[in-house]
Structure formats: C-alpha cells, structure tokens
Write a protein that binds this ligand. Structure first.
Ligand SMILES: *Cc1c(COP(=O)(O)O)cnc(C)c1O
Ligand code: SF4
Length: 335
C-alpha cells in the first residue's frame, strides 16, 4: 500500500511562478533577440528582471519594440539619476497609518498585503519601497486589523502591494476571516496584475474563496496594452466574474508602449470584450529610474481627447496623477 502524502501538492500557479524567467540572456534568446544582450545594463540587485513564461509567450519574436517586452526588460536609461525624480514620489511614507496600512483617502484604506509580484515592471514605483518591514502579512495581519477596528469610518479595504494574489489563497482567507467581524466594511477591493501576467493564478481555490466573501468585491486589474489580454486572461476574467467580482482595469501611460490613441482604444475595446471596464489611466509616478517612460501632460491630454472622440464614455479611462497630500487622485486638466 502506498501511504498518502501528508503535504499538499503545490498549486500549479506557484510552480509556474517559480519557473519565471529572471535571466536577460535567456529571455532575449527565446525572443530571437540575442544580439541585444550587449546593450543591457548590469544586473540590478534591487529590482531584477522577472517575468512569467506565459507572458513572454505573448511577445512578438524578433521585435525589440514589442510593447510587452519594453515593460519588463531592464534598460540603460534606468541608470539616469535625474534630481527631479524621487524615491517616494507618491507620498506613501507620510500616509503610513500602521504596519502595512496606507490611509490617504476618505473611507478607504490600502493594505500592503504582500511585497511580492509575479513580474517586475520597470516603470513601477515599487522598486524603492521598503517592503521587508511594511507588509501587513508579516504580523499575521494583527496590526492592520487592530487599526481598522479603531477606524470605523473606513468602509472599503483595498488589498494591494506588491500583488496581494502573490499570497497563497489560505493566507488571503486568514485575512478575510479576521475582517469578518468588522461591522463597518462595505466593500473589498483587490489591486492585482497577476490575472494578467499569470492567469493560472485564478484557480478553483481562489474562486471559491472569492465567492464566499461576505462583501461585494471589486478587482482592479493592471494591463497596459491589448496584446497582454490573450485567451488565457479572458478565461481568468470569466472565472473571476463568475465568482461575483466586478472587474476594472488601471493602466499607466507609457512612452512607446501605449502612448497612441489607436493603442489606447484597442486596449479599452479588448478590456470590454473580456468583461473589464477601464478605470484609471495613470500619469507615471516620477520615481528614479523610470523617467524614460514618461509622456508629457500636453500629449497625454491630447491622447485622451482623441479616445473620447472615438469611444463610448464608459470605455474612456480617467486620466489621473497621484499627488501627495491631495484628497483624491488628481484628474489632469487642459491649459
Ligand atoms: C489610489 C489609492 C486608493 C484608491 O483610490 P480610488 O480613487 O478610490 O481608486 C486608495 N488608497 C491609496 C493609498 C491609493 O494610492
Ligand atoms: S505588478 Fe504592479 S506593483 Fe508589481 S511591479 Fe508591476 S506595476 Fe509594480
């Protein structure tokens, strides 16, 4: 007789995550771009290359300007240390309320549920955030739940990070179990890129957890280009919706990646086709090492105006910027 194993098998998404590409030479080889290897910067110890193989499979081979590749490939321009860029451009340090809790806006608190992501996006402010000390999971959520209990005006909790879905589903359930006795919570929101970069994360266990939550759930995905949204992502979105979640998307406006009206329209249309509404289009947070992605405000406003003239209002994302000390995200205004 064979004894049953006492350890549960690892979910498939965790295996796929572990098998992500972290080596630039390997990545370029897979994309028939090995000749570019000499022009890459030396490995960045703090924010290395990381991308799931399934996301790489959506890139066009032989195209150094592929809009998915440009989001994840380290560039020499990251070494630019212009003084106008900051480390904490969005003022998260000042808005820290408790370990892993950021409170900036009325009624909403954001929980840094995990410092990990399945992908390292080169434009991300996260490259400078002190995650080791700041994730709410570190203390088994105790500090965060205590803080919420003392703040009955918070009726929406946002799980963010990093990526909250990088946590095992059992860990997420531990948190939501601890939140159940907070009478003020009306909504739960997740900010996650995992269903886009690693749609296998949306497995039966995750959907069962979602479906059992006592609050209405909004999931804000993060995709920047229609090419990211293949059949695997569409299936993941269908499962999330079947589990009762409302799906929205936020994008970052990124030079060479989505800074054209055609690309922004294609993204909105593809999102709608898979059951997701566009929510925010963010102007880049000006953090060190990301300024080569920046699109200036005048061009950004022109782009959004072109999209407004071509698409129904509900497919128009709100063009916003995060400004420290403001009561909400700031909408960009014309001159
Ligand atoms: C962006 C953000 C939110 C959510 O803002 P919405 O406009 O409600 O999407 C909440 N808290 C923090 C700290 C944020 O940065
Ligand atoms: S998934 Fe989101 S938080 Fe993670 S690196 Fe990309 S943009 Fe940053």
């Amino acid at each position: 007789m064979i004894a049953a194993s006492s350890t549960r098998p690892q979910p498939r998404w965790q295996t796929l995550w572990r098998e992500s590409i972290t080596d630039a030479q390997e990545l370029l080889g897979l994309l028939d771009l090995a000749h570019l290897a000499g022009s890459l910067p030396a490995a960045d110890a703090g924010f290395s290359l990381r991308v799931p193989r399934g996301f790489v499979a959506r890139m066009r081979r032989g195209d150094p300007h592929d809009p998915l590749l440009l989001q994840i490939l380290p560039q020499l321009a990251e070494c630019d240390r212009r003084s106008t860029a900051q480390l904490d451009a969005v003022g998260d340090g000042a808005a820290r309320a408790a370990r892993g809790v950021i409170h900036k806006y009325h009624g909403r608190a954001l929980l840094i549920a995990s410092g990990a992501c399945a992908v390292n996006c080169r434009y991300c402010f996260r490259r400078h955030f002190p995650y080791a000390e700041e994730t709410a999971a570190a203390q088994h959520w105790r500090d965060a739940v205590d803080w919420l209990r003392a703040h009955p005006d918070i009726d929406e909790l946002i799980l963010s990070g990093g990526d909250p879905l990088s946590l095992a589903t059992a860990k997420l359930a531990e948190l939501t179990d601890a939140l159940r006795d907070l009478p003020q919570l009306k909504r739960l929101r997740l900010h996650t890129r995992l269903p886009v970069v690693l749609p296998e994360r949306v497995d039966a266990e995750l959907c069962a957890w979602l479906a059992r939550l006592p609050w209405p759930v909004a999931i804000v995905l993060h995709a920047n280009h229609a090419q990211e949204l293949d059949a695997g992502v569409a299936a993941a979105c269908a499962h999330l919706r079947a589990a009762g979640a409302q799906l929205l998307n936020q994008s970052v406006l990124l030079k060479q990646i989505n800074d054209s009206a055609d690309r922004l329209c294609a993204l909105s249309e593809r999102l709608f086709a898979i059951g997701v509404l566009p929510y925010y289009l963010h102007q880049l947070d000006r953090v060190q090492g990301t300024l080569h992605f920046e699109v200036d405000d005048a061009h950004a406003l022109q782009l959004i105006e072109s999209v407004r003239q071509r698409l129904p209002g509900y497919l128009l994302p709100r063009l916003v910027r995060e400004e420290p000390g403001q009561p909400a995200k700031t909408a960009l205004q014309g001159p």
